[in-house]
Write a protein that binds this ligand. Structure first.
Ligand code: KIV
Length: 286
């Protein structure tokens, strides 16, 4: 465990005020959360991207509340001092304000997260207010919103036309006005993201939104080269763990088949005083 002080929403707000960039990544499990905390990550998102990155689903829609809670619990155990955010999965907040508040509350009650994130702009304002009324820190998420990618016509960047940029701005202002403490922009042109940052006072984060936001989010499975199905344009790969893991597994298979593994140093030998009595035991079984 690191000796980092527990991060809160106040720490994040102070960092923005000081012009300090904030590093944010997804995590879905205990070891990755431990690595992230040790690496100095300020924030972790237990994203519903776990549907693709952990469960092998085609998208995020099948992900359930129970799955999110289990992964949030593991991440919290691995990163006790990092600002951990739970991601509200599809149909956990779409039906009513009451369901939204109840499900958001589960993230805090069962997994001890610091905040929740939900997708959508003006249409989720009443949900944001209901969750805030329960005393929960909220992060809005607009731009490319994967849960509604059907309506967006696929996983497409948003805000690339003046009409779309205007709608994005209106959504951003509505989210801040509703009281959300943070905003995430996904797949948005850098100049539009910069204008959102200028117009809002809450911390604004980007994933595929250029360099001008207060902080950056990225999906861990992309960054470490683990997720193989596709690579979005905004991803920079810092490692190729898929290669490292596959090479290690191939070497293991080859050594098992060749009788090379396990070697003597991997064996538990009988105690020195006992080994001389082994022929006696063998004889008893003849
Ligand atoms: O689930 C997730 O990881 C996300 C990011 C893609 C923004 O919501």
């Amino acid at each position: 465990m690191s000796d980092k002080k527990k991060l809160s929403i106040h720490t994040i707000q102070k960092m923005k005020a000081n012009g300090e960039k904030i590093a944010w990544m997804t995590a879905y499990d205990y070891p990755t959360a431990e690595f992230a905390e040790a690496a100095g990550m300020e924030m972790l998102l237990v994203g519903d991207s776990l549907g693709m990155c952990v469960y092998g689903y085609k998208g995020t829609v099948p992900v359930t509340m129970d799955q999110c809670i289990v992964h949030c619990e593991a991440v919290r155990r691995g990163a006790p001092n990092t600002f951990v955010m739970g991601d509200m999965p599809f149909m956990s907040y779409q039906v009513s304000d009451e369901e939204a508040a109840r499900n958001a509350g589960r993230f805090l009650k069962e997994a001890d997260v610091d905040a929740i994130k939900l997708e959508g702009g003006q249409r989720v304002v009443s949900r944001i207010r209901a969750i805030l009324d329960a005393g929960i820190v909220v992060c809005g998420h607009i731009g490319l919103t994967p849960q509604s990618s059907g309506q967006l016509g696929g996983h497409k960047a948003q805000g690339r036309t003046i009409a779309s940029a205007r709608a994005l701005l209106e959504d951003a202002l509505a989210i801040e006005e509703a009281g959300a403490q943070m905003l995430l922009l996904e797949a948005v042109p850098p100049e539009v993201a910069a204008f959102v940052v200028e117009k809002l006072s809450i911390p604004v984060f980007g994933i595929g939104a250029g360099p001008h936001t207060d902080g950056q989010l990225i999906i861990v499975s992309d960054v470490i080269g683990q997720f193989q199905a596709f690579t979005p344009k905004f991803v920079k790969k810092y490692a190729n763990v898929a290669q490292v893991i596959t090479d290690a597994m191939k070497a293991y298979v080859s050594e098992v088949k060749g009788g090379v593994f396990p070697a003597d140093e991997h064996c538990y030998h009988m105690l020195k005083d006992e080994v001389g009595k082994f022929p006696e035991l063998k004889a008893d079984f003849e």
